[in-house]
Design a protein around this ligand. Structure first.
Ligand code: F6P
Length: 357
């Protein structure tokens, strides 16, 4: 038996742990594993693959990124923005299927976020024997309480806040940290709570600058003269819009800039010396945390089990300390966002964190 594996979309700490888990579990069954380079693109002519075995995957669960490479562009995009589904062109799928058949594959593990899993669903509906593994630092996939990569991203945010706090305290400044999170503010919320933020602004709770500045002034009156503000890149003011900028000076517009804008307004309105930092891809890079290595391994092993049981069209899912399976369809039906009135936001408010509203 031979199976394939690919990861597509943005990279994420823990991808190599999934590959390691798949290869290890497949080896026990005497199965061979073929990895496709740069996601689905590796299936297209000229085909780019890597034969994976336990010798060439030793210790990779510790490594960040992915040994297979990835892309969030290319021919297989099935989702535009937060929700609009588009069909992957039939001729592209036919070329990929030819590769799949020529390699004699009997199952394909597809590791990705919302967009990649939407492609996986289209392939499954066309009869491909696929199983999904949920990947994203954003933790915004429905039907799984956790995606691997999230814990590593949150750990980077906490590390940044720990560093920013010492300089903010010394200079009695406001430090604004912009973090990733386009539609869902999980990274900002968890990173902010764990890193001791005083203000957290999320895409799910449009903020009011008066409320933010009042919170800073109030802290000042209580002799708390430094403030840490965490802003998700997709946060927006009430009645306003998200901010975009040209990534790397290119023509493409990407989310970003709200941290700077919030910092400028705080400085203007409160007179406090304020600095802004954008954490950016620091959140996606580096070695995975122990939790992400374990979750990635567990997901990889479960994906092989699902292929063995021919549970195609399903995605591995982490719920209540258990890794099970759910239909891919359920996972991509909508994004899992922070509940503005949910328990976690409630806990943040309870310890005095201003949520901008
Ligand atoms: O979805 C993961 C993510 O890291 C988002 O949080 C972020 O907005 C986006 O990818 C960045 O994408 P790129 O690497 O293309 O700039």
């Amino acid at each position: 038996m031979r199976i394939g594996i690919l990861n597509s979309g943005g990279d994420c700490p823990g991808l190599n742990a999934v590959i390691h888990g798949v290869v290890g579990a497949a080896d026990k069954l005497d199965w061979e594993v073929v990895g496709f380079i740069d996601g689905f693109e590796g299936m297209l002519p000229p085909r780019r693959i890597m034969e994976l075995d336990i010798n060439n995957t030793i210790g990779i669960q510790k490594l960040g990124g992915t040994i297979l490479g990835t892309t969030n562009k290319g021919n297989f995009g099935a989702k535009v923005g937060a929700g609009n589904v588009k069909e992957v062109p039939r001729d592209i799928i036919a070329k990929a299927k030819a590769s799949f058949d020529e390699l004699g594959l009997e199952g394909l593990v597809i590791v990705g976020g919302d967009g990649t899993l939407t492609t996986a669903l289209q392939l499954y509906r066309m009869g491909w024997p696929v199983v999904g593994v949920p990947k994203t630092i954003d933790n915004d996939l429905e039907a799984t309480a956790r995606t691997f990569g999230f814990d590593s991203a949150v750990t980077s945010v906490v590390d940044a806040l720990d560093r920013l706090q010492t300089t903010a305290l010394s200079h009695k400044r406001v430090l604004v940290l912009e973090v990733m999170g386009r539609h869902a503010g999980w990274i900002a919320l968890h990173g902010g709570i764990a890193g001791g933020a005083n203000v957290i602004l999320l895409p799910e709770i449009p903020f009011d600058m008066d409320v933010v500045c009042d919170a800073i002034q109030k802290r000042e009156e209580q002799d708390q003269r430094s403030t840490l503000v965490v802003v998700a890149e997709g946060a927006l003011p009430e009645g306003g819009a998200k901010m975009f900028h040209r990534a790397g000076g290119g023509s493409e517009f990407r989310l970003g800039g709200m941290g700077d804008k919030v910092a400028t307004e705080i400085a203007e309105r409160t007179g406090k010396e304020t600095r802004a930092v954008t954490l950016g891809h620091m959140q996606r890079g580096g070695s995975p945390t122990a939790f992400d290595r374990i979750l990635g391994t567990w997901f990889g092993v479960k994906a092989v089990q699902l292929i063995e049981e021919k549970q195609f069209g399903s995605m591995v899912s982490y719920m209540r300390s258990h890794v099970g399976a759910v239909p891919i369809e359920e996972a991509v039906s909508r994004l899992r966002c922070v509940e503005p009135d949910g328990e976690e936001v409630g806990a943040a408010r309870a310890v005095g964190i201003c949520m901008g509203k």
